[in-house]
Design a protein around this ligand. Structure first.
Ligand SMILES: NC(=O)c1ccc[n+]([C@@H]2O[C@H](COP(=O)([O-])OP(=O)(O)OC[C@H]3O[C@@H](n4cnc5c(N)ncnc54)[C@H](OP(=O)(O)O)[C@@H]3O)[C@@H](O)[C@H]2O)c1
Length: 230
C-alpha cells in the first residue's frame, strides 16, 4: 500500500521547518526537502514522521533525488507545500540580468520543474499550496530593493491560478498564500532591523491546516495572509 505524505520544500529553516514540525506533530507523514542536509537532520530528529531529502531545486540531477525517493518508497502526495524561495534585496539600477534570472529560477521555475516531475505521484483530491508573498500580491504596498523578488512572486501566484485550471480534471487543487511579514532569515534580508509580527511557528499552523483542508472549499485562489505592512 502506498504511503500518503505531505511534501514540503524549503524545510531546512524558517517557515518550511516550522510547518514540517507542525504537520508531523499533527500525526501526518512529512517529506521535507532543502539543500542543507545538516539542517534537515536536525528537523528529522524532532519526529519519526519526518523523512528528508537534501536537494537543490535549481539542479536537475539533484531534483531527481526527490522523485527517486518518492517512487522508491511508494509514496503518494496528498499535499505539496511549495515553500522554498530566495530573495535578492538590491536597488533596481543595480539588479543584473543574472539577479533577475536567479529570482525567476528560484521562485517560479523551481515550482514548475518540481510539479512537472512529481505529477504522476499525486493522490486523488490532492492540494498544492504555493507560498507567495504580499510583495507579489496585486495592489499591496511595494518596497524599494524588492522588485525582482516581488515580480517573481507575482508570477508564482499567476502560475498557481493557471495550474488550478489545468489540474482540476485530475482532482488536484492549487491555491497560493501570499504571506506578509514572518520573522525569519529571509525577512531580515528584506527588512533589516524590522520586527515581524509573526513567528514561523505561528504561521506554520495556518499553512499546515490550510494545506490539509482548504481545497475542500476553494481552488485557484491567491490569498493575502498578512497582519500589517510589511
Ligand atoms: N518570512 C517572510 O516574511 C516571508 C514573507 C512572504 C513570503 N515568504 C516566503 O515564504 C517562503 C519561506 O520563507 P522563509 O522566510 O522561511 O525563508 P528562509 O528562512 O530563507 O528559508 C528558505 C528555504 O528555502 C530553501 N531553499 C533556498 N534555495 C533553495 C534551493 N536552491 N533548493 C532547495 N531549497 C532551497 C532554504 O534551504 P537551503 O538553504 O538549505 O536550501 C530554506 O529552507 C519563501 O518562499 C518566501 O518567499 C516569506
Amino acid at each position: 500500500m502506498s504511503k500518503k505524505i505531505i511534501l514540503i520544500t524549503g524545510a531546512s529553516r524558517g517557515i518550511g521547518f516550522a510547518t514540517s514540525r507542525y504537520l508531523a506533530g499533527e500525526k501526518h507523514q512529512v517529506l521535507a526537502t532543502a539543500r542543507s542536509g545538516e539542517l534537515l537532520d536536525s528537523l528529522k530528529s524532532y519526529s519519526k514522521r519526518i523523512d528528508c531529502v537534501a536537494c537543490d531545486l535549481l539542479d536537475a540531477g539533484s531534483l531527481q533525488k526527490i522523485i527517486d525517493y518518492v517512487r522508491d518508497h511508494n509514496m503518494e502526495i496528498q499535499a505539496l507545500i511549495h515553500n522554498a524561495g530566495g530573495l535578492i534585496n538590491k536597488p533596481f539600477r543595480e539588479l543584473t540580468d543574472q539577479d533577475w534570472n536567479t529570482m525567476w529560477e528560484m521562485n517560479v521555475l523551481s515550482a514548475v520543474r518540481l510539479l512537472r516531475a512529481l505529477l504522476p505521484f499525486f493522490a486523488k483530491q490532492a492540494h498544492i499550496v504555493t507560498i507567495g508573498s504580499m510583495g507579489g500580491f496585486q495592489g499591496s504596498s511595494k518596497f524599494p530593493g524588492l522588485s525582482a523578488y516581488s515580480t517573481s512572486k507575482g508570477a508564482l501566484s499567476v502560475w498557481s491560478e493557471c495550474m488550478a485550471a489545468e489540474l482540476k480534471d485530475m482532482g488536484i487543487s492549487v491555491n497560493c498564500l501570499c504571506l506578509g511579514a514572518v520573522q525569519t532569515e529571509m525577512f531580515q534580508m528584506a527588512f533589516p532591523g524590522v520586527k515581524a509580527p509573526l513567528k514561523s511557528a505561528e504561521i506554520a499552523e495556518f499553512i499546515g491546516d490550510f494545506a490539509l483542508k482548504a481545497h475542500k472549499y476553494m481552488n485557484g485562489k491567491v490569498l493575502p495572509v498578512a497582519l500589517g505592512d510589511p
